[in-house]
Ligand binder design. Sequence first.
Ligand code: NAD
Length: 281
Amino acid sequence: MAGIMEGKKGIIFGVANDHSMAWGIAKILHDQGAEVALNYMGDIMEKRVRPLGESINAPVIMPANVQDDASLDAFFAEVEKKFGKIDFLLHAVAFSNKEELSGLYVETTTRENFKNTMDISVYSFCDLCRRASKIMNEGGSCLTLTYLGGEYYIPNYNVMGVAKAALDASVRYLASDLGNKGIRVNAISAGPIKTLAASGIDDFTLMQKWNAYNAFLGRNMSLEDVSKTGLYMLSDLSSGVTGEVLHCDCGYHAQGMVNLEHIRESGELLTQFADRLENKD
Ligand code: NAD
């Protein structure tokens, strides 16, 4: 049986290793018949990304840094050469200094890291959408990955939360701008999952446990969950959806208080959070 992405081609930015959400989505798109172009950041990343890309016969596996226009020019030129037109773009890119993803936002945030975080994690989506839309077929789909920390206060998420709020707003502006070309722009707000990027966030393991206890499904989102949602968003299955931030977090975003079934575990976790806070200076 033909896959639902048969004949579709597109760009995936943000595979670092086989835990990356971009990799889960790239793999399911390939399994459904799509051809994908992958970027990587520098030689260290190439060692992990190239074998992954080769395992799904990716026609383009090239270095590209969202802060380096020359590398983006070369990447998009190669994509156009190999694919001609494309059907989808995934932006799964974010970065901030680890030191600023801990403690108080008001105290830790520097001008330099604020600008850098916004450039890599927000502006890059606008830039990639502009470049991709020039070679994208009508009916194409652009997708980014965001987090609840852009909508609500989440401890330690700090400048990255502010960046995600700007990214969520970008989705709506880009969806308007590209709508007249028939191109859709959306975000998945994913639940917490252990990846390289997540390892920079202080107390991430405690946060993940809290999410699992308090999500309606009583567990955390898996790589498979977000991959299937990515397939929906990047395929024609979501043809009427644009300007949307879709939560894939087992229902955590809609929880108003705590899950009564896990109230004891949540209480113990709060004590651990309190102990961690007390032991910080
Ligand atoms: P990851 O570390 O696997 O992916 C982050 C990617 O960003 C890496 O591939 C890295 O190479 C890339 N990157 C960083 N700076 C770059 C630059 N200058 N140019 C090009 N690429 C650059 O981690 P992930 O968790 O899969 O992150 C993907 C996206 O999902 C991020 O936007 C992240 O904020 C978001 N997200 C993550 C979680 C989570 O809990 N892991 C939850 C919600 C949203």
